[in-house]
Design a protein around this ligand. Structure first.
Ligand SMILES: *[C@@H]1O[C@H](CO)[C@@H](O)[C@H](O)[C@H]1NC(C)=O
Length: 144
């Protein structure tokens, strides 16, 4: 082995060792049992992070900055709460991705949960397929 190769090898081993030991987080290890991961995560969380994780805010207030500043755990689009009039699927996706970016940028990187008050498909996405459940419901209202 030439000296350049030896140097490269030593450098590589050093980097791998640093990677392996630096940031092992038990709560992010899918091989750990769920209870162990939860206990590890809760043990790391501050009171402010716990309060934020238990908080759900409305879409219109959910900027990436608000998500990370307050450690928000979930966001809801209430009925008719849309990113813009006639918002496309891409507009919805980009809105949720922005919020998620904010959530993942926090110290513990806990992803947010997103909820939507929509029915029969996603009736707030412009031109989405709406499943005709209302027709089925209407058909049950027969006069006897
Ligand atoms: C949330 O959004 C509404 C509507 O834009 C606004 O009136 C309200 O002040 C916002 N709340 C916060 C905490 O930003």
């Amino acid at each position: 082995m030439g000296s350049l190769h030896k140097t490269t090898f030593v450098l590589l081993m050093f980097c791998l060792a640093a990677l392996g030991s630096a940031d092992y987080l038990k709560y992010k290890d899918p091989k750990q049992p769920l209870g162990v991961r939860i206990k590890d995560l809760l043990g790391r969380m501050t009171l402010a992070e716990k309060i934020g994780q238990m908080t759900q805010i409305e879409r219109e207030n959910a900027t990436a900055e608000a998500m990370s500043k307050y450690f928000i755990g979930s966001v809801l689009s209430g009925g008719g709460s849309v990113p813009s009039p006639q918002a496309s699927a891409a507009a919805w996706q980009s809105m949720v991705n922005e919020m998620q970016k904010g959530a993942l940028s926090t110290r513990l990187g806990i992803p947010m949960i997103y909820g939507i008050d929509a029915v029969h498909g996603h009736n707030n996405v412009y031109k989405a397929t709406i499943f005709p459940h209302n027709v089925g419901l209407g058909a049950t209202r027969t006069l006897c």
